[in-house]
Ligand binder design. Structure first.
Ligand code: DGJ
Length: 720
């Protein structure tokens, strides 16, 4: 009731303001929890944006008509000086667009989820843009996208198509991006923005995010902090190339243009056709980026991760252990190792297919020929899956449906199916080419790969979907000459249709999203997957930072983390790092010592019995950043605050004497216990075995005895 009255009061206030102000035709807000977008329709019929941010801040319409830079979706060519959000060439050649407000409507989609659609139209052309704003009030999140339609007599060419371009106003803006490269993905860097346009983008089209994920954090009035300060965390739901433009004017207003990368992507939109942009997600927090991340995680578990409630199985993967070199006998030895250590599913990686001259014995051969290898798997997939099941271990398989090696039967038959440019020497990436998913035969073929691998082999209950190269020559022998530029965009929409068909067609098959590490991690693809592979870097030292980066947007249950020998670090540290994600092992267990196998078995047991529920359903508190201290520490706290798991990793020598926990109930008592200890070893943590209050743990913190590089610890904190 109170909410309704406040709402009514605010509406009356806005109506009164609109009536008082000669420039204002209409004022309205779209609010999602603590986040608000305030709009004004001017007497010139344009849709202006008055504010984007803190919902409690009062917004007064300006005394004068706002300048054109305040249009919510500034269109190109008729007076707007800023980076345009929408640019089109109309059928008569006019390169300018005007967008006038037509109306808006709001509907409740489900409890706590409202959608507002604002309709805009060009007064001189049958050309319309609808802005969609979906509000998830509980998480103070907005999801914004738009559609472009027209009824002109011919094709309208779209050159720019931002998903949204809100303007924020603060004294300072600090931008955190997550850039990197193969084996160094999602590395954080933060900078203060200054006047001008700063572009963050990807131009790779496919496996597009290897060098930068389509997500950022914008902190207002100071650097981003974990638990304080105003931040906007954003992520684009798009697996293709993207572009973020941060455009600051001389008045320190910052426009955030986000969307598909328009480079080489002009789109010829048919009469009656609809062009839909991917959505940009914004989470707002006044309690720093820690709360913004938790909002993303809570949102994702309900809206954008497949089967978020289902426990992720403990995997034994064989890529680091064998690469393509295995046979049935070796696999059975690995299955035995999986059973002995308690792993729940064996994931057979690359190398199980291709025959004769195209046997997949290395990465130069066989991609595209998805017949099981007669040499390595003479009894076929069903047999080997059953052998795993006999040992009470599930069975999963690696696929890379989008790719082909020139050294393959498929390529010999269909050289025209690849993405390349005519009259140019084809450029290979990892010795392979990308199949052109805009072509209907390729769409059917890729579906057949999935269907014909899984349908006859119902014991395969897990898929790792890989993708190991970028687009470097964006040409399609299927698309018309005039539509070549559609490739970047249409490829990804086709890909989503394929992923959707896979998820719906095989609802009981779990799936890991992989792209040569994390070349495709975004909320466009995640709805079809249970987890993703963050990096081929499994050296715990590198991995700590990579998982830290992804934790800003993705819940721990989706971050696959495997114990390997990479970096030749202490096994304990490799285990402790993997225990903080969707845990798995990628070791030649058949060649490991009895002691190592026992250590892995203990870790698997600990994970399944005590840690997995917190990884799956807990709330993340990042405690000490590896970017700021020789120690890295994070924790997951159960929703009812009764339990927490705390991870501590020394990435360098040096001491951080105390670690303050987060998210506990200050008034309750907790028992601290170090787990993941080598057999017989006593804990060095003074608090281990003791009882402390939530208040003490959060304000004074835990005494931390670790100080030497490679030391690590896992602590369970349980309410008594
Ligand atoms: C790249 C992935 O990131 C690896 O984990 C592995 O699956 C290889 N591809 C196999 O080719």
């Amino acid at each position: 009731m109170k909410k309704i009255l406040t709402c009514l009061f605010l509406c009356c206030l806005l109506a009164a303001r609109a009536a008082d102000n000669p420039n204002v035709k209409k004022l309205f807000n779209v609010t999602s929890g603590e986040l608000k977008l305030s709009f004004m329709v001017g007497t010139d019929d344009r849709l202006y944006q008055l504010a984007f941010g803190d919902a409690s801040r009062e917004v007064t319409p300006p005394a004068k008509m706002p300048s054109r830079e305040w249009e919510f979706l500034p269109p190109y060519g008729n007076g707007v000086l800023t980076e345009p959000a929408i640019q089109a060439t109309h059928v008569d050649g006019n390169t300018s667009t005007e967008l006038h407000y037509v109306g808006h409507r709001t509907e409740t989609l489900s409890p706590g989820v409202e959608q507002t659609v604002i309709s805009l139209k060009d007064p001189a052309y049958p050309f319309a843009v609808d802005i969609y704003i979906k509000c998830y009030a509980d998480q103070s999140m907005m999801e914004i996208w738009n559609t472009v339609t027209h009824n002109e007599k011919g094709k309208v060419v779209l050159h720019r198509f931002a998903s949204a371009s809100p303007v924020v106003k603060a004294k300072e803006y600090w931008l955190t991006q997550f850039a990197g490269n193969y084996k160094r993905e999602a590395t954080l860097s933060e900078e203060r923005l200054s006047e001008g346009v700063k572009i963050l983008d990807s131009k790779l089209g496919v496996r597009a995010h290897q060098m930068r994920i389509p997500s950022f954090i914008l902190s207002l009035d100071g650097k981003a902090r974990e638990n304080e300060g105003e931040v906007l965390a954003a992520s684009l739901r798009w697996s293709g190339s993207f572009q973020f433009a941060f455009d600051m004017d001389w008045n320190k207003n910052l426009r955030l243009l986000t969307g598909m990368n328009p480079l080489g992507s002009q789109y010829n939109l048919e009469r009656g056709g609809t062009f839909t942009t991917p959505a940009i997600l914004y989470a707002y927090s006044r309690q720093g980026k820690g709360e913004a991340s938790r909002r993303f995680h809570r949102w994702a578990k309900v809206n954008a991760v497949r089967d978020a409630d289902k426990d992720r199985p403990v995997l034994l993967n064989n890529w680091e252990a064998t690469h393509c070199d295995f046979d049935e006998a070796r696999l059975k030895q690995l299955f035995d190792g999986a059973r002995q250590t308690g792993a729940e599913l064996f994931l057979l990686d690359d190398g199980w297919f291709g025959n004769g001259a195209y046997s997949r014995d290395d990465d130069k051969h066989g991609l595209g020929d998805w017949e099981p290898s007669k040499k390595k798997l003479p009894h076929g997939l069903s047999y080997i899956a059953r052998e795993a099941l006999k040992r009470k271990v599930g069975f999963g398989i690696w696929l890379e449906p989008e790719m082909v090696n020139p050294q393959s039967e498929l390529y010999q038959k269909h050289p025209e199916w690849i993405i390349t440019q005519p009259k140019r020497e084809p450029i290979l990436g990892r010795h392979q080419e990308i199949l052109d998913l805009t072509r209907p035969e390729v769409q059917a073929y890729e579906w057949d790969i999935i269907d014909q691998t899984l349908r006859p082999n119902p014991d395969i209950t897990y898929v790792k979907w890989d993708c190991n190269r970028y687009i470097t020559q964006p040409g399609s022998s299927y698309l018309q000459a005039a539509d070549q530029t559609h490739l970047w965009i249409d490829y990804n929409w086709s890909l989503y249709r394929l992923m959707d068909r896979f998820a719906k067609g095989f609802p009981n098959v779990m799936a890991m999203l992989c792209a040569g590490g994390s070349g495709r991690v975004d909320y466009g693809a995640m709805p079809y997957f249970h987890s993703f592979w963050p990096s081929d870097n499994t050296d715990p030292l590198g991995r700590i930072k990579i998982q830290w980066g992804f934790s800003h947007f993705f819940p721990a249950s989706t971050i696959s983390a495997h114990v390997t020998r990479m970096g030749k670090r202490h096994l304990k540290m490799a285990i402790d790092v993997a225990l903080s994600g969707a845990f798995g092992v990628d070791l030649a267990l058949d060649k490991a010592t009895a002691e190592e196998r026992a250590q892995i078995a203990d870790a698997v047991k600990l994970y399944k019995e005590r840690i997995r529920p917190l990884v799956m359903r807990g709330e993340l508190y990042r405690l000490v950043s590896p970017y700021e201290s020789p120690l890295a520490s994070l924790s997951y706290v159960a929703a009812d605050k009764k339990q927490a798991v705390v991870y501590l990793y020394q990435t360098k020598d040096g001491s951080k004497a105390r670690v303050k926990l987060g998210g506990l109930d200050a008034s309750k008592k907790y028992r601290v216990e170090e787990v993941s200890l080598p057999k017989g070893a006593a804990s060095r943590f003074p608090a281990s075995g003791k009882v402390l209050t939530g208040e003490e743990l959060m304000t004074r913190g835990l005494e931390n005895p670790l100080n030497a590089q490679f030391e690590s610890a896992v602590l369970m904190i349980e309410m008594i």
